[in-house]
Design a binder for this molecule. Structure first.
Ligand code: IVH
Length: 680
């Protein structure tokens, strides 16, 4: 064959193979036999061997490429990959609809058009296409930092390596954007999962608890050949940036994804008004067991993209979509014992030790009983037969006791009066269900605080696990997290299982953790009720540790995502001497979380550096929406007028803020001016 005709034949074969691959994997409707497909594939392989200069990453022969060395590369995003807020029952679905109407200032009887899709129970991924060619695949990770899994994602047959130039279904030509970001979910079909476990069991190897775990394991492999043996399927449901393209509705966007060759959510139905949406949700739940993959709810999305834009997002979730969860799956089992754990804040948590039981595909052995009030309410006793469920399909919990099966000699359960770890008296805080150990130096409190401090999601001290924490505590080398930074090589090398290299490595990791980000440090301090998300909110808002420390309850409560109770407990935390001392010690040893450049930048835009105060009502927009618009364009919104205020936006019936603004000579915009400024 002549050189130019080889080139043409290669392109032709790639086109045909992509097309038949799509018919087979995406449409489940092949037009040729497996043998004919294999023949085409082998011909392409042969020609590419003859002309290796023509091999391209998007060729179907290149799905299984080389193995990256070391570990998966981290991918940092400038904009976070959001997750969805949940609606746990029908009332919460109605509340979602009501919230949208309040935000948009629509009458409550208006019917919004929604799209309902399955909520896939897999791993969220992001795919990047440049000039129509797949160039990067990443996991969601914590939203900001994901992992590069391009090499394993490529092996997924339902992923187009190149966007189809025309729709395989309608034949219409497709636009090919310069850059396209696609969001989807990598899942393992139930049949593939069962076959995988059969193979694993035959080889006497690890059995996966559920398809989701198996999918996670498969996607995060270094060797793409392992992913081929643990086959995944990819459903795509959202587009991030798409150069030069706009869509009017979610349905249009989903159709475009399908035309490019992606597998899209099926069923995908639209409905007008929330009551019809609820009926679709119920219908999907009835179909749940017939679907070839696991789903854990319905994703409800506003169809109109114009409305989606106006609704925008909070720091965590889009306001235009919600994940309506199905009631979790339940099973019965027996409580064999109740044990008590003492956490980092000294709170005693009773835990039911269960006769192991399979719930929704995972083995459940323990369930939290929360606190004494919860035990009293449900009257949970050792020996009881109980119904357990996995709430939100993760943390197992006891739903109720089956009293008819209760043993005649059973006794109500009471938490111990003395701490099970240090035997100090247990106390109960006013107005709170929690009981806690009264000893601030309880070994369990100290150990758990330090374990929390070093955790991957806090200071991230590499290679330091719980065992080492206990070893250092037992040896008297540390009494608090700050002491970690004073440990010397000489004292470490004397300990069991430490050699020169391991001691040096640990000290290096401890030293490295000094340079960190503000949210990690806040999280590491272990404030009650402050997890990773709240830590990020605080860091984003206040920017420096002194500013967080100085914040009042009111200022804290003004942050979107922080409620009054958590605000109060944050402010209180910093007034406790022991906490202040720990922070001072940490700063003294040189913990540096400023200028790390990793704190997420605020939105930048036309209003960057400007501070706004809103007063009175705007006729075309709710207060929340106007605030969110200002913030989206980089502006800051505060509640009272001062010399620092740049602009006061005054609507109908403005209050004293307008007067104050005029007195201070601050710029005042009316509604028309504001609308002008935010155009585009
Ligand atoms: S749309 C901007 N649609 O469920 C976010 N998500 O928190 C757009 N998920 O992280 C997401 N099925 O990864 C969307 N049909 C579906 C989905 C879906 C599953 C995931 C998503 C999200 C998580 C919920």
């Amino acid at each position: 064959m002549q050189n130019s005709s080889i080139e043409i034949r290669i392109l032709e074969l790639r086109g045909w193979i992509d097309y038949h691959n799509y018919r087979y994997y995406a449409l489940d409707d092949p037009e040729i036999s497996d043998a004919e497909y294999d023949e085409m594939f082998r011909e392409l392989q042969r020609l590419e061997e003859e002309r290796p200069d023509l091999i391209a990453p998007e060729s179907p022969t290149q799905r299984v490429g080389s193995t990256p060395v070391g570990e998966l590369k981290k991918i940092a995003r400038s904009l976070p990959m959001l997750s969805l807020s949940n609606a746990m029952d029908e009332a919460e679905i109605r509340e979602f609809d009501a919230r949208i109407k309040r935000f948009l200032m629509l009458d409550s009887d208006v019917n919004i058009e929604y799209v309902c899709e399955p909520k896939f129970d897999g791993l969220a991924v992001e795919l990047i296409y440049e000039q129509g060619i797949f160039t990067l695949g990443a996991t969601r990770g914590d939203g900001i930092v994901g992992e590069d899994v391009t090499h394993t994602i490529r092996t997924i047959h339902s992923l187009p390596l190149r966007l189809h130039s025309e729709s395989p279904v309608t034949g219409k030509p497709n636009p090919i954007p310069e850059r396209l970001e696609v969001r989807g979910e990598a899942i393992m079909l139930i049949a593939d999962f069962q076959a995988l476990n059969r193979r694993q069991s035959a080889k006497d190897e690890r059995i996966f608890a559920n398809p989701r775990n198996a999918a996670a394991g498969s996607l995060r492999q270094l060797d793409p050949k392992t992913t081929v043996d643990r086959p995944l399927t990819l459903f795509c449901y959202h587009i991030g940036a798409a150069t030069g393209l706009t869509f009017k509705s979610h349905l249009e966007l989903a159709d475009q994804l399908q035309a490019w060759g992606f597998l899209t959510p099926d069923p995908r139905d639209s409905a007008s008004g929330i009551e019809s949406v609820i009926r679709l949700h119920q219908k999907l739940e009835r179909m749940r067991d017939q679907l070839p993959f696991e789903i854990d709810g319905t994703v409800i999305k506003v169809n109109d993209i114009g409305l989606q834009r106006r609704l925008s997002q909070t720091s965590r979730n889009p306001r235009w979509a919600v994940a309506a969860k199905f009631p979790p799956r339940q099973m019965t089992t027996v409580i064999e014992n109740i044990t008590v754990q003492v956490g980092r804040t000294g709170v005693l948590t009773p835990v039911a030790e269960l006769k192991p039981v399979e719930v929704g595909g995972a083995t459940v052995r323990r369930a939290t009983l929360h606190n004494q009030d919860e035990i009293d309410k449900k009257d949970v006793r050792v020996g009881d037969r109980v119904i357990v469920q996995r709430a939100g399909d993760v943390i197992p919990e006891i739903v109720k006791v089956i009293e008819s099966k209760r043993l005649v000699d059973s006794q109500p359960y009471r938490l111990p009066r003395l701490c099970p770890v240090c035997e100090s008296p247990v106390v109960q805080d006013q107005d709170q269900a929690a009981r806690r150990c009264s000893n601030v130096s309880c070994p369990a409190v100290i150990a758990n605080s330090i374990k929390h401090f070093i955790h991957r999601h806090a200071m991230d001290i590499d290679g330091m696990g719980d065992k080492i924490v206990y070893q250092l505590l037992d040896a008297g080398l540390i009494q608090s997290a700050a002491d970690l930074y004073q440990i010397t090589f000489e004292s470490l090398i004397k300990l069991d299982r430490f050699a020169e290299k391991s001691a040096k490595n640990l000290l290096a990791a401890i030293h490295k953790s000094k340079k960190t980000t503000l949210w990690r440090l806040i999280h590491a301090l272990g404030l009650p009720s402050v997890g990773e998300t709240t830590s990020r909110l605080l860091a984003d808002h206040f920017r420096t540790l002194p500013a967080v420390r100085a914040a009042t309850t009111e200022e804290l409560a003004e942050i979107d995502g922080i409620g009054p109770i958590v605000a109060k407990s944050i402010a209180q935390f910093f007034t406790v001497d022991a906490n202040a001392l720990l922070i001072d010690k940490l700063l003294a040893v040189g913990i540096d979380c400023e200028g790390s450049g990793q704190n997420r930048p605020r939105n930048v835009g036309k209003f960057s550096g400007m501070t706004f105060v809103l007063t009175g009502a705007l006729s075309g927009m709710s207060r929340k929406e106007s605030k969110s618009r200002v913030q989206a364009m980089g502006g800051k919104v505060t509640s009272s007028v001062s010399r620092k205020t740049t602009v006061v936006i005054a609507g109908e019936k403005p209050g004293s803020k307008l007067k104050k603004a005029k007195n201070l000579g601050i710029d005042v915009w009316n509604e028309n001016r504001f609308m002008e400024e935010i155009k585009n």
